[in-house]
Design a protein around this ligand. Structure first.
Ligand code: NAP
Length: 259
């Protein structure tokens, strides 16, 4: 299926590895011109070289912390008029909610709620003027089914979800859509560090925690960042202009609800 986004300018945050990298990979294959962001210069530059080899279109790496005003300014200087924006940053740390301070909460809100809102604010009017825009926020299945050790994520991402529910309806008439993608358990560095936290807290081995989690998944496997990327590319496609304000679970059937 031709997705109709060849030559579109895409800004993908948190794209050197994991789910953001999956999104960048699929958008590169569709011929988008990419600007990719990550904090570590060596890994984001290596990712840019590998992505460039895939699609042939231009890939610009930006080494910046997207949760800071300076980092967002650097990303937008490299890609001033994006047609596609994928917001993403590392998730907040796991832990017991009793131990989180006000500063921990402010950091989580900054990274997982206010940063996507700032990026939407900076890019949506240009998209409206050009009559094409696709914004994807990588959130979490925790928005629908909270995860006990991830109180910071459960809270901060729900705030973003409420904001997107409102604003997405106000821009869709201009062919600008805003959707959230909610990953279940994907095989990335982030999930490995969550397993390490649980293993320590429960005096178990990481392998035992991993096997236990695997046994709870209806699909019997973890998700692969490439399949996450393919859904992202479809939601960014020309054909997806009638899909907005949605919270797309991609979790191999793990969420147990009927609706
Ligand atoms: P990951 O494998 O750790 O990758 C995170 C990527 O984001 C890396 O490229 C990292 O590079 C970059 N990054 C992190 N913080 C950044 C920042 N402040 N500014 C710019 N780039 C930043 O994580 P992931 O598993 O792909 O997770 C992506 C998001 O989905 C996270 O918010 C995570 O909580 C959420 N999520 C993941 C899962 C899962 O199963 N994997 C499930 C639910 C939710 P640098 O470190 O070099 O910056």
């Amino acid at each position: 299926m031709e997705l109709g986004i060849r030559g579109k300018k895409a800004l993908v945050c948190g794209a050197s590895k994991g789910l953001g990298r999956g999104c960048a990979t699929s958008l590169a294959r569709e011929g988008c011109e990419l600007t990719i962001v990550g904090r570590t210069a060596a890994t984001i530059e290596a990712a840019a070289r590998e992505l460039q080899a895939l699609g042939g279109s231009k890939v610009t790496p930006v080494a910046a912390d997207i949760t800071t005003a300076q980092g967002r300014a650097a990303a937008l200087a490299a890609c001033p008029q994006p047609d596609i924006v994928v917001t993403n940053a590392g998730g907040p740390p796991p832990g017991d909610f009793r131990k989180f301070s006000r500063d921990d909460w402010i950091r989580a809100l900054d990274a997982n709620m206010l940063t996507p809102i700032e990026l939407i604010k900076s890019t949506v009017d240009g998209m409206i003027a050009r009559r094409f825009g696709r914004i994807i926020n990588i959130t979490s299945s925790a928005v629908k089914a909270p995860i006990d050790i991830l109180a910071l994520s459960n809270g901060a991402r729900s705030g973003l979800t409420g904001f997107v529910a409102g604003v997405s309806r106000s821009v869709v008439k201009h062919n600008v859509t805003i959707n959230n993608m909610l990953p279940g358990v994907f095989d990335t560095d982030r999930i490995r560090s969550n397993f390490e936290f649980s293993a320590k807290a429960r005096s178990m081995s990481v392998e035992a925690v991993r096997a236990e989690r695997l046994g709870q998944l209806p699909a019997g496997r973890f998700g692969n960042p490439d399949e996450f990327g393919e859904l992202c590319a479809f939601l960014c496609s020309a054909q997806a202009g009638y899909i907005t304000g949605q919270n797309m679970l991609i979790d191999g059937g793990t969420y147990p609800g009927t609706f």
